[in-house]
Write a protein that binds this ligand. Sequence first.
Ligand code: SF4
Length: 429
Amino acid sequence: MGSRTAIPREELSHPGPTMTVTEEKTAAEPLPDPTSTRATAERAWPLDHPRAINDVLALLDSTWLSPKTRARPTHYDVAVSVVCNIKCPFCPRQTFGDEVVSGLMKEEHYNPIVPHLEVSQRTGLYGLGEPFLNKRFFPFLRAAKERGTYCMTSSHGMTLNKAMIGRVIESELDELCISIDGATPRTFAYLRSGADFHTVVRNVSELLRRRNEAGKRAPRVHIACAVSKYNVWQMKAMVRLTHEMGADKLAFSNLVLDHKEHAHASVAGTRIFRFNLRRAMREADRLGLECVYFYQKPFPWREEQAPPPRGGVRYGCPSAWRQLIVERDGNLKPCCYLDTSLGNSAERPMEEQFNSGAAVDLRRSFTEGNYLEACKGCGQFTQIDGERTREILDEASERIREGNFSGPVREKLRAELEEFERLAASASV
Ligand code: SF4
């Protein structure tokens, strides 16, 4: 069973249905393809804007040719809350409760990352818990938005009472993910134990109604559903429910099972899963609803095979090269699957930590083909070939030529590009 931690009431923004706190694992969608920086390229930036410069460097980093990054992170997941007031049965807290320390992020760990958000393309404010329980959530969000980053968060939906809905709509939150793992009250009650199906559906519907009434398009609301044997036959019904609530998108993923004893719950890769996914996708097409599936390694404890070396192909991971996880105590990590610490946000300067020995060693494990066990079979573990490398370098060249850069900055970027051209030539892919 999950451990219990007393969080001072004055730090909580919302009492919630119970005051027993546990944690839930929040599934974040994987990072988009490196070409996601194209949106930046198409924007008219002021001269030498840090974001425009960083995105060119991030594009070069996306070749995974160098274990040392030139760009600052373009994606952040910041654990503003490691407190939850529901108890999902497959949450790591229920199996590894003693290893997780609950708490709410404080300014001393959040403030040091704020200046870096000026180059972040996407900043997730959630962590292993319910973000709206942290009374600092909206000040944190405001600080991030002042740096011009796209912000999203993920909620269990029980905290969205009338007042909270008003605050969310008034805020500049770009995207809100609500986890709903069942299309019926019974399934939901099991998989989201402690939350109430009707309350969450009502809250989400109300949020969307008030957002639309206010003539706003943000926050964009998407529903997340982690698929297991308990809800696999409800995937089509999940599409209908999402559509009925008026949400903008439905994202399926497979349930991640941290403990061997729970392996029976997985349907990842089965015919039943594929059949239901196809049915759900067809229904989403019919209703005009955006619906996606993203793969997550279902059994983190299982040993997987590394891909055999293939001529002309290298392997890497967007999380290792472009992302930073900031835990609630400021601990910095490359992704939520590894315990590797890159440093702490309270230590300065943060740039150095992104290229700390541990960070470079992790990237080197890809460039040298000595993959970590956790990386083998991970959904983020991806390949790149010579053709794609050429495309990225050509695109970087075009951006350096067309971007609004002063002479000295353009020269510096050109020098970096030349270095990557040399690395590509010596990697011969
Ligand atoms: S476990 Fe490895 S491959 Fe997976 S996200 Fe983390 S660094 Fe990337």
